[in-house]
Design a protein around this ligand. Structure first.
Ligand SMILES: [Zn+2]
Length: 288
């Protein structure tokens, strides 16, 4: 039987679109129970994608090389690789860290890229849950706030972080609304300790040389100071909505972290080291 010509054309177009999407959203599967998503480090501005008309469009500069170094440092230390999902599209074209409507603003290619980003993150979470039982997704960003600290986002607003440890620990509705809902159930530490104690991710990173918020040294943002508590990626793929993969938005300052390759490397090594302790303390398992 002869296959109609239009079917060939259709198949070729589909193949071209798949190849295009693979360029825009890079996906690598890993072996560790860690998923890295990098939504704002891309630079591609394809002519066939309409520029977004509203929302934030600034790039998180150097978050892609920073993420690559985190991959390398995890491999060196634990002999495995994290799952990686990187948007190579400039944020003018797509913002994966938003609901679809604001993210793609109606452009068909951007819509398809958004789906590839989030379907891939979901698939990575499923793989981690099947293979490792539990896991952690880190959504890597860059901020330009005056206070140059690593801002860790768990979907807890800055004004809520002003509450005392006892108040946080008693707030079960709050805990259930965070991106580390499942991890809190597993961790032997209290919720407040998990978020800002010496063995919280902020505490461990501070021990390894990087000031953080929240952390033992800074429980909550200063009056009127900026703080990113997490947006779509950690809400969609963390354990707030179920599952055993928890998620943290990691907002990196420019100075001493993203600015030059030596500092990117130092931070990547500190994060890899911190994650080993974090997994042992809170997940009750070694990364290696
Ligand atoms: Zn960002």
């Amino acid at each position: 039987m002869r296959i109609p010509f239009f079917l060939f054309v259709f198949a070729a177009a589909l193949q071209a679109q798949t190849a295009e999407l693979e360029t825009y959203i890079e996906v690598r599967s890993g072996t560790l129970p860690i998923i890295l998503t990098v939504p704002h480090g891309g630079s591609l501005k394809p002519a066939n994608v309409l520029a977004r008309r509203y929302g934030v469009t600034g790039t998180d500069s150097n978050t892609v090389p920073l993420a690559e170094m985190i991959v390398e440092e995890l491999a060196t230390r634990y002999g495995g690789k994290p799952h990686v999902i990187i948007s190579r599209l400039h944020r003018m074209m797509l913002d994966p860290n938003r609901e679809l409507e604001e993210a793609a603003q109606g452009d068909p290619t951007a819509i398809a890229a958004w789906h590839r980003f989030h379907d891939s993150a979901e698939k990575a979470c499923d793989t981690v849950m099947k293979k490792n039982g539990v896991g952690l997704l880190l959504d890597i960003h860059g901020h330009r706030h005056l206070d140059q600290r690593i801002e860790l986002g768990y979907l807890i607003k800055g004004d809520i972080l002003k509450h005392t440890d006892a108040e946080l620990n008693a707030d079960t509705a709050l805990i259930a609304s965070t991106s580390i809902r499942d991890l809190d159930k597993r961790s032997p530490k209290s919720f407040a300790e998990l978020v800002r104690g010496p063995q919280s991710l902020g505490g461990l990173l501070e021990f390894n040389g990087f000031r953080c918020l929240p952390s033992p040294s800074k429980a909550s943002p200063a009056f009127l100071a900026g703080y990113f508590s997490g947006v779509y990626d950690v809400a969609a793929h963390g354990s707030r909505s179920g599952g055993t993969v928890s998620a943290i938005q990691v907002e990196c300052p420019w100075n001493n972290v993203r600015d030059v390759p030596e500092n990117q490397r130092r931070f990547a090594a500190a994060l890899a080291k911190s994650l080993g302790v974090y997994f042992e303390v809170h997940f009750g398992r070694k990364l290696k």
